[in-house]
Design a protein around this ligand. Structure first.
Ligand code: OOB
Length: 542
C-alpha cells in the first residue's frame, strides 16, 4: 500500500492560504540551498567536510545509484544509519529519486527492522557495514533470507551487497519533482501499544515544521547545529534539527555519540551554537562541563526534550553550560512545543512551551471527552498543519489514536498555564519513556512470553534517577522453573534481536499477579497495580 497522508480539503487550503505549506519539496529545497550557499559548509562529520554544493552532488549520485538498483519512485527503503555524513547523501538521494526513506534508529535490530520493512513493504535496506560493535551485514543477510525482494546497500565493506561508495558518478535526467503533498518519508512512532507504527510525513507539512522551528530557535546561516542524538529521530531532524539548520544555510556537525567525550571537542572545534538532548544526557553534560577542558563558550542554546525535564534539574543546565535552556515537547506524529528564547526564565524552567503554529489546535479533555477547566490537567489532543491525520496502513491504531474529526490523541496528560504554555503531567498510555526512548509494555511482554519457562509477565516503568524511567518486568515462572533468574531472562531478551534499550533493566519474580480482588482487570490496570505495590514495598523497606 502506497503511503499517503491526506488532510481534508478545507484544512489543506487553509494551510496553503496561510503560507504554512509553500508547495516546496525536499529536492527543490536542496537545489535552492546549493544555489544560494554552494560554497558554504553544510556537513561536518568524522574526517569529512561537505559544502552545500557537494551535498547536492553526492545526493544526486546516490539518487542515480538507487534507481539503477531497480528501485522505482514511491518505493520504500529502510534507512539504518548512524550519525555519519552519508546519512544526508542517502536521505537526500532517496528524496531526489522520489523514493521514501523509512527511518530506523541505530539501536534497532532485526526484530524492529523486519517489522518496518514488512509494514512499509520496503524494497531496500541501507546500512553501514559495522557500527558500535554491530555488523549490519549479518542483519541484511537475515532480512534477505526472509524477504528476498529487499536489496541491501552497504556503506563500507559491502561484501555480497551493493556498495554505496562504489555507485557510479551519474545523475538522474529529466526526473520530475515529487508533489509537495506526497509522503516524503516514514517516521517511526514511539509505539505505545504493541509494535511501532509508521508515520507518513509530507514534504509540505514537514518543511513547514522545521522552517518555522528554525525561526523560533533563532537559526541563521552563522548557526552551527550539532546532531548529538541519532539523526533519524524527529527531534534532531526537525526541531529545528539538521533540517532546520540546512533550511537557513547553517552548518551541521555530526557527533558519533552524545557523550560529553565525543560532543565537547566538536563543540569547541566547530564552534557549535545549538544542540538538542534528552534530559538524562543534558544532566550528564551539565555535570561534565565543570571539569571539561574544552571551550564550550560558543554554545548559546541547549534544547532539552523527548522526556520530562523536572524544574530542579532544569535549573542546573543553563548555569553549568553557560547557555540558554529551551524545552522542547514534541512527537514524531507532528505537534512540537517550544519555550521561546525570550521567555521569562520561569517559563523555560517550569514548562514545556507552546506550539509552533497559531493553527496548532490544542484540546485538553477529561476521560469523557469534555474540556477540563482551564489550568487543570487533561488528555492532550491536537490537530494542525504538520500533525498527521493517520498512521500508515493501520486501521486499528487509527481508530484508537484519532478522533472522527481528525484530532490526534497524544496519550500525554498536560495542563496549560495562563500564558498558554503546556506542562506535561504524565501520560494516559502504557509505555515507558526510558531516557527519551519510548517502549511499549505490550511489545516487551510478548517477547517475555516467548520464554518457555515464563508463565506470565507484566512490564512497567519505574522511576529511575539517571534514566528518568527504567523498564521493570514482573515475571511469573512456570511451576518448577524456580531456577530461572533475572540474568537469564535478560540474556533471553538480548537473544530476541531487539534494540538494546528494550531489554528490561530489572526483573522481579512474583508468585502471582493477585488480581483476584477485582476479578478480571485490564492489562493496564494490572500493570498499575503491580507498580504501585512494588513502589509501596520499596518505600516500606527504606
Ligand atoms: C519526541 O518524539 P517521540 O515521537 O519519540 O515521542 C513523543 C512523546 C510525547 O508524546 C511525550 O510523551 C514524550 O515523548 N515527550 C515529552 C517531552 N518531549 C516528548 N514528555 C515530557 N516532556 C517533553 N519535553 O520525543 C520528540 C519529537 C520532536 C521534538 C522533541 C521530542
Amino acid at each position: 500500500m502506497r503511503p499517503q497522508q491526506i488532510w481534508p480539503e478545507e484544512f489543506a487550503s487553509l494551510y496553503r492560504a496561510k503560507g504554512y505549506w509553500r508547495g516546496e519539496s525536499f529536492p527543490e529545497m536542496l537545489r535552492a540551498l546549493a544555489a544560494e550557499h554552494g560554497d558554504r559548509e553544510a556537513v561536518v562529520g568524522g574526517d569529512q567536510r561537505w559544502t552545500y554544493a557537494e551535498l547536492l552532488a553526492r545526493a544526486e549520485g546516490a539518487a542515480a545509484g538507487f534507481r539503477a538498483l531497480g528501485w522505482e519512485p514511491g518505493d520504500r527503503v529502510v534507512v539504518h544509519l548512524p550519525n555519519i555524513p552519508e546519512f544526508f547523501s542517502v536521505i537526500f538521494g532517496l528524496f531526489l529519486a522520489r523514493l521514501i526513506p523509512v527511518y530506523a534508529l541505530p539501536a534497532h535490530r532485526l526484530t524492529e527492522i523486519r517489522h518496518f520493512a514488512t509494514k512499509s513493504e520496503a524494497v531496500g535496506y541501507v546500512a553501514a557495514d559495522r557500527w558500535d560493535g554491530f555488523d549490519h551485514r549479518g542483519l541484511a543477510r537475515a532480512l534477505r533470507e526472509e524477504r528476498p525482494e529487499i536489496k541491501a546497500v552497504i556503506l563500507g565493506e559491502a561484501e555480497d551487497f551493493a556498495d554505496f561508495r562504489a555507485f557510479p558518478d551519474e545523475k538522474l535526467k529529466g526526473e520530475p519533482e515529487p508533489s509537495p503533498s506526497d509522503v516524503a518519508f516514514l517516521q517511526i512512532s514511539g509505539g505505545s501499544t504493541g509494535l511501532s507504527k509508521l508515520i507518513p510525513r509530507t514534504h509540505d507539512d514537514y518543511i513547514y515544521s522545521f522552517r518555522a522551528s528554525a525561526e523560533i530557535c533563532g537559526l541563521t546561516p552563522e548557526s552551527v547545529y550539532l546532531v548529538a542524538l541519532p539523526a533519524a529521530h524527529n527531534f534532531p531532524m526537525s526541531s529545528p534539527g539538521f533540517m532546520g539548520a540546512f533550511s537557513v544555510g547553517a552548518k551541521v556537525v555530526l557527533a558519533p555519540s552524545p557523550s560529553p567525550e565525543a560532543a565537547f571537542p566538536l563543540i569547541a572545534r566547530e564552534r557549535v551554537t545549538i544542540t538538542g538532548l534528552v534530559p538524562p544526557l543534558a544532566l550528564l553534560w551539565a555535570q561534565a562541563a565543570g571539569a571539561a577542558t574544552e571551550d564550550l563558550s560558543s554554545l548559546k542554546v541547549l534544547q532539552v526534550g523527548g522526556a520530562k525535564l523536572i524544574p530542579e534539574a532544569a535549573r542546573r543546565i543553563g548555569p553549568a553550560l553557560g547557555c540558554k535552556l529551551q524545552q522542547v515537547f514534541g512527537m514524531a506524529e507532528g505537534l512540537v512545543n517550544y519555550t521561546r528564547l525570550d521567555d521569562p526564565e520561569a517559563v523555560a524552567l517550569e514548562t514545556q512551551g507552546r506550539p509552533i503554529s497559531p493553527d496548532d489546535e490544542i484540546l485538553i479533555l477529561d476521560d469523557a471527552g469534555n474540556p477540563v477547566p482551564e489550568g487543570e490537567p487533561g488528555n492532550l489532543l491536537t490537530r494542525g498543519p504538520y500533525t498527521i491525520r493517520a498512521y500508515h496502513d493501520d486501521p486499528a491504531a487509527n481508530a484508537r489514536s484519532f478522533t472522527p474529526d481528525g484530532f490526534y490523541r497524544t496519550g500525554d496528560v498536560v495542563k496549560r498555564t495562563p500564558e498558554g504554555n503546556l506542562v506535561v503531567q504524565g501520560r494516559a498510555t502504557d509505555h515507558i519513556n526510558r531516557a527519551g526512548e519510548k517502549i511499549s509494555a505490550e511489545e516487551i511482554e510478548d517477547h517475555l512470553l516467548a520464554h518457555p519457562e515464563i508463565f506470565d509477565a507484566a512490564v512497567v516503568s519505574l522511576p529511575d534517577p539517571s534514566l528518568g524511567e527504567r523498564i521493570c518486568a514482573f515475571v511469573i515462572r512456570n511451576p518448577g522453573a524456580e531456577a530461572l533468574k533475572g540474568p537469564q531472562v535478560k540474556a533471553f531478551m538480548r537473544g530476541r534481536e531487539l534494540a538494546g534499550f528494550k531489554i528490561p533493566d530489572q526483573v522481579v519474580f512474583v508468585p502471582d499477579f493477585e488480581t483476584t480482588a477485582v476479578g478480571k482487570i485490564s492489562r493496564k490496570a494490572l500493570r498499575a497495580a503491580l507498580r504501585a505495590r512494588y513502589l509501596a514495598e520499596q518505600e516500606a523497606k527504606n
